[in-house]
Design a protein around this ligand. Structure first.
Ligand code: ACO
Length: 364
């Protein structure tokens, strides 16, 4: 096995749109501030009649359609999310959802049908989630003993669930959405899987290089911490009580200025390193696909890399920061608009809570 390739991409967003002017009605902010500091004009917000799972299923079905595949062609679902409908994970429900959607379309859905669908599990890595999923999928598919041929990688988040709607420093930044890609194992015609020795390197489509990094000493800069209070369980017979912690997660808190500085410092060298590891230079890169957090960050990274802004893919203005969904949501739009074409070199980078930063190069 030599590698794996993205063969389908899809996305979905909630129906409810919230503009900057809408936000200014309940928090002290303005369209002007949000636009000039972030590049965001609007975002989508999940309503109580929608679920993140159904959004993820819609994105996954579109990716399957784009790849001209059926749910039964998928062996594993990797779901990156930090705001799932169920904290125990949504991947298995998404796997069941794509199978059920297909069966009901074919009119063959039966209550008694035993589930025969893909396996699935969740990954939590906030805004780096999609890249962590992509790299994990790549690791499976390029492992010699991997029984899988195709993996669906879904990034879905509804961080509007975690924000404090009275905190203007954070609530204006986030939006909800889902994106998905289908990864397929590519078998080598010849040669060795090592990048430097790969004879197909100059034409091979697929993931060419990647890296994941983290600095846990900076974890406090961006968190959704569990906030418990002491709960005493009284025992019978006067024995000492058992003490547990009961509670809930506190709203998202972020030191925006520190995260901004961190990203500007760490992401450009990571991109240069993966581009070099793929045997390329930044001149060979057709598209820069960054996690959609802030237009100023994207411009600063492009500038550091001496890449023209025309190569920067961006749809942040419409959706805000959709966390694990932002990269596939942007890729899907770019593919549908005919910007990203087969054979194009894309360098992508994720960053966020952890703090983490990651990058990958693929030939689409
Ligand atoms: N409307 C109006 N004023 C505001 C708003 C708002 N929505 N938010 C903050 N302000 C004010 C602040 O109170 C501050 O006022 P002060 O100077 O009187 O105290 C002033 O605007 C400037 O605030 P800064 O924080 O310095 O603004 P900055 O230019 O740094 O922009 C931002 C803030 C947009 C958050 C930026 O720092 C940023 O994008 N940081 C990176 C975020 C990021 O990439 N996160 C990672 C991914 S998220 C994840 O992993 C979940």
């Amino acid at each position: 096995t030599v590698g794996c390739r993205i063969i389908g991409v899809g996305s979905a967003v909630p129906t409810h749109e919230m503009t900057n002017d809408d936000m200014a009605e309940f928090v002290e902010t303005s369209d002007e501030w949000i636009r000039t500091r972030t590049g965001i004009r609007s975002r989508r917000v999940l309503s109580t009649s929608e679920s993140l799972r159904s959004l993820a299923v819609d994105a996954a079905r579109r990716a399957l359609e784009n790849a001209k595949l059926k749910a039964s062609d998928i062996d594993l679902v990797l779901h990156a999310s930090s705001s799932p409908d169920d904290l125990f994970g949504d991947a298995t429900s998404i796997a069941a959802g794509i199978v059920q959607a297909e069966r009901s379309q074919e009119g063959s859905l039966q209550e008694s049908d035993a589930f025969a669908g893909p396996a699935g599990f969740d990954l939590t890595a906030a805004c780096s989630g999609f890249l962590v999923g992509l790299i994990t999928g790549n690791a499976f598919l390029t492992s010699p003993c991997c029984p899988y041929k195709r993996i669906l990688v879904v990034g879905a988040d509804a961080l509007t669930r975690w924000v404090d709607w009275t905190d203007r420093n954070t609530c204006v930044l986030f939006g909800d959405g889902a994106g998905a890609v289908v990864l397929e194992r590519q078998d080598a015609k010849t040669g060795s899987p090592a990048v430097g020795a790969d004879p197909d390197r100059n034409t091979r489509r697929g993931i060419l290089s990647y890296m994941l990094n983290s600095d846990g000493l900076q974890a406090h800069q961006l968190t959704v911490p569990f906030s418990g209070t002491l709960h005493e369980l009284k025992r019978a017979g006067g024995k000492p009580a058992v003490r547990t912690s009961q509670g809930r997660y506190a709203p998202l808190s972020m030191n925006g200025r520190e995260v901004f500085k961190f990203v500007s410092r760490k992401v450009p060298p990571a991109i240069e390193a993966v581009v070099q590891a793929a045997g390329l230079t930044t001149n060979d890169v057709d598209w820069l696909l960054l996690h959609q957090a802030n237009k100023r960050i994207m411009d600063a990274v492009a500038e550091r890399l001496k890449m023209p802004l025309s190569k920067v893919l961006c749809n942040l203005d419409k959706y805000g920061n959709t966390s694990a969904a932002s990269i596939p949501l942007c890729l899907d739009e770019a593919v549908r608009e005919g910007k990203v074409k087969p054979g194009d070199i894309v360098v992508t980078a994720g960053f966020g809570a952890g703090l983490t930063w990651s990058a990958a190069v693929f030939r689409y």
